[in-house]
Design a protein. Structure first.
Length: 155
């Protein structure tokens, strides 16, 4: 796993910097013919967990990018709670992943593209921990285009 830190990159905001890292994971999923969704977990400016969809490779519908990144981050931290961490994900988390973020007590979720069909926001944002801060729409066009083009190529 490649751990990097954000060191006041003057040309982009921290959210854009880290969303670009999540996009890197999504592009890796694409090369593996997985739905191109990527996620990273950041703690105090350092990436401590990475993941991309592995549902096809693992034949496991729960092997979403967020689940991979959250598990890697908890292993890195040596504990199950990620209160001081931010989950960056290229697509709005589904209900399962939002629920997992509740149990991990993730401090903040930042996502790229909204998912009107499967995103947790369409049901109820109370799925996440009450203290979790949620920001959507970071690099939304880039994130949405990656998924849109993937499904267009499958038709």
């Amino acid at each position: 796993m490649r751990y990097i830190s954000f060191e006041n990159e003057p040309s982009v905001s921290p959210d854009e910097f880290f969303m670009n890292e999540a996009l890197r994971e999504a592009r890796q999923a694409l090369t593996e013919d997985e739905i191109p969704i990527g996620a990273i977990v950041v703690c105090k400016g350092t990436i401590i967990g990475r993941g991309h969809n592995l549902t096809e490779r693992l034949n496991d519908v729960s092997a979403h990018a967020e689940m991979q990144a959250l598990t890697a981050a908890a292993n890195y931290m040596g504990g199950k709670y990620l209160k001081d961490c931010t989950l960056y994900v290229t697509l709005e988390p589904c209900v399962m992943c939002a629920g997992a973020s509740y149990w991990f007590q993730v401090g903040k979720i930042v996502f790229g593209a909204y998912d009107a069909r499967m995103g947790f926001g369409r049901l109820n944002q109370k799925i996440t921990h009450p203290k979790t801060i949620i920001t959507g729409g970071i690099l939304e066009n880039e994130c949405a285009e990656l998924v849109r083009n993937f499904f267009k190529s499958k038709r």
